[in-house]
Ligand binder design. Sequence first.
Ligand code: SF4
Ligand code: SF4
Length: 172
Amino acid sequence: MPLRPFVVLNLDEARFECTFGRGCDGICCHNGRPPVYPEERDRIDAVLPRILPLMRSSARKLVERDGYFSRRMKAGQPSLRVDAGWCVFFNHGCVLHKLGIEEGDPFRYKPCICSLFPLDRRADKSWYVRQRGYAGEIWDLPCLTPGGSTPQAAISLHDELALASRIHSGSG
Ligand code: SF4
Ligand code: SF4
């Protein structure tokens, strides 16, 4: 079957701005339990000795003792563990993101679902930008309720859109 063109359904009207460090403390990682696919797990495991020192001490102890997966499954995959209400990899920001930036690619170690946020895919594989009032969005994050001065998602999500396009090309 020919590959459907990469289309983001509401890209013309969607607006988004991540204000982490400028008003948002990273609440999307609060109780965050993203699923982790096997190839993502392999990438994390390969650099875990470098990740551990970047983590909160309680999260590091937990991960050293019990690993970084919770008992919960999401999308058929194991999901990350939470410590003290935050994803174990959160420490004033995502340590997987920070390590990736050090190596020139912020998406290198983060679970795909975190890297793509707020882009998501419907069951029919069409892409859209998560926004309050669109596609039944229920997450009440302020960044999903943009105002008129919020940048257009087509511009602010340049890197995420490029990643989604690559994933789309690979998976159909
Ligand atoms: S994506 Fe939204 S909730 Fe997450 S850090 Fe950015 S502004 Fe905060
Ligand atoms: S992996 Fe990183 S971006 Fe994803 S929930 Fe955990 S801290 Fe947040």
